[in-house]
Design a protein around this ligand. Structure first.
Ligand code: 4AD
Ligand code: MG
Length: 464
């Protein structure tokens, strides 16, 4: 037999249940008792709205009602009526109240205002708050919209490996995967750890990006995208970095940087539209609580062309800005966060696509421009977050790719299969990676990346 049938609070909103008797189930946000009746507010996670329930002292289960505490779970049956109270269209007049799981005074989420920091320490319970209900409903909507967007454009969803032997970005920020006994590490004749005796017979790590494998599928299925977890052991304790984050990486064959820059701006706009259409209450709540121009900004971005500027032009703008930066902008050096923020937040006040970076500050696989100094790369910067997307046209010429690898001390044998793509039926192709949490930050207006992933992993934190 199925569990007791319940209606979700999100389903009540349209008025279909007016004057009907239904059962709802959820967690108590607050209870207020008076002599003749009690007010119970419950939320079931299906909506930003909680439901107010009026329980008359004459109902049979009133003893249960009097014992209820914040945090307990209940199933309540009653009639839906129009509500006189402000802000709520409907309330329920209870006929039966069942306590399902009790809670006591130690329940951490009492009515008093709690800080986001406190809620990070209670990450197992924080989805029961208005803030995290909103964030994670938006996150779910954005994940679904991602599949919708790419599937509608004929791209195929592929799952690239999580354990790999390659370092796509070449930044050396790898988490090792090993079953070696650290107390008795096998050594080779050079007195180095002998990974031949390790589980995979060579050094393995958690992936930093699914791009290299996605390229194999783009050069066979035409257009593909990944959507999976990626891992970076970078020691960055910032509001924008995680050790484990989710990345979406589309990759297109017969395409250049222009094509994927357009794809990226269409995709970001689609994400914004989906959130605005499906989560209006969530965005309104987040705007009222955290970022008072959230919806206006999203609307503005949705209807604007993204700015395109080359790295060289961007450096020029920064140099001429008259602004005092902590690090002076300099051609050949990567843009600092303060530079990125100036460009997108102060200079343009819009998302900015910066292209054609110096080759020495970018990964080995990017297409070398004719100037011999820059590569066909792009970073997309957005206000409040900074870099949200990184992408490029790929070097599809075998000789040039080999040269770049040699310059960067990458052993061709380690990714012989990647080079094969350039030996057999190579085609111009391009792609990008969107940091999913950065997109969720951008669209929810949350300012710390720890607050947009269910359980965050950062240096020195792997709780929950
Ligand atoms: O710029 P990145 O390193 O690019 C790549 O990994 C390419 N292989 C993508 C591609 O062309 N297929 O990372 C892409 C995006 C960044 O723009 C950022 O949004 C996000 O991933 N990102 C992080 N998000 C959270 N925490 C971190 N430590 C991140 N590092 C990168
Ligand atoms: Mg990047």
């Amino acid at each position: 037999m199925a569990y007791e049938k319940r209606v979700l609070i999100s389903q009540i909103d349209n008025g279909n249940f007016l004057d009907k008797t239904i059962t709802i189930g959820g967690w108590i946000r607050s209870v207020r008792n008076s002599k003749k009746f009690s007010f119970i507010v419950i939320n079931d996670g299906s909506s930003q709205e909680s439901l107010q329930i009026v329980a008359d002292a004459t109902i049979e289960s009133y003893d249960v009602v009097k014992s209820l505490l914040t945090g307990a779970s209940v199933l309540i049956t009653g009639k839906i009526v129009s509500s006189g109270g402000h802000g709520q269209k409907f309330e329920m007049h209870a006929s039966q109240v069942k306590l399902i799981g009790e809670a006591n005074e130690e329940y951490p989420l009492q009515k008093k205002k709690t800080s986001l920091e406190f809620l990070r320490e209670n990450a197992h319970l924080r989805p029961r708050t208005n803030t995290f209900g909103a964030v994670f409903r938006v996150r779910s909507t954005l994940a679904f919209a991602t599949h919708e967007f790419f599937q509608n454009r004929g791209l195929y969803y592929i799952n690239t490996p999580i354990i790999t032997a390659s370092d796509c970005e070449g930044a050396g920020e790898l988490f090792k995967v090993t079953t070696l006994d650290f107390e008795k590490l096998p050594k080779n004749d050079k007195n180095k750890v002998n990974f031949e005796q390790d589980y995979f017979g060579k050094e393995a790590n958690l992936t930093v990006s699914g791009q290299l494998e996605a390229e194999c599928f783009a050069l066979s299925m035409g257009g593909v995208y990944t959507f999976g977890p990626t891992f970076r052991a970078e020691n960055s304790n910032t509001q924008r970095h995680l050790s484990e984050f989710w990345m979406i990486e589309p990759e297109l064959a017969f395409a250049d940087l222009e094509d994927v820059a357009d794809l990226a701006s269409d995709y970001l706009k689609y994400l914004i539209e989906s959130a605005m259409e499906k989560c209006p209450q969530e965005l309104e709540f987040l705007q009222n609580t955290y970022k008072n121009d959230l919806i206006e900004t999203l609307n503005h971005v949705k209807s604007s062309d993204f700015i395109k500027v080359s790295y060289t032009e961007a450096i020029d703008i920064l140099e001429k800005s008259g602004k005092k930066f902590e690090f002076s902008p300099k051609w050949g050096v990567d843009l600092q966060t303060e530079h990125e923020r100036y460009l997108t937040e102060e200079h343009y006040k819009l998302p900015v696509i910066v292209t054609d970076y110096p080759k020495d500050i970018k990964a080995f696989y990017m297409k070398l421009n004719d100037d011999g100094k820059t590569v066909r790369a792009m970073d997309i910067l957005v206000p409040g977050v900074g870099e949200i997307i990184g992408g490029s046209q790929r070097e599809c010429n075998l000789g040039k790719l080999k040269n770049r690898m040699e310059e960067m001390n990458i052993n061709p044998q380690d990714i012989w299969w990647y080079l094969d793509l350039r030996r057999f039926g190579s085609v111009p192709h391009a792609g990008f990676g969107l940091g999913f949490e950065r997109a969720v930050m951008y669209i929810t207006g949350m300012s710390n990346i720890r607050d947009v992933i269910p359980f965050y992993r950062t240096p020195k934190n792997v709780d929950f």
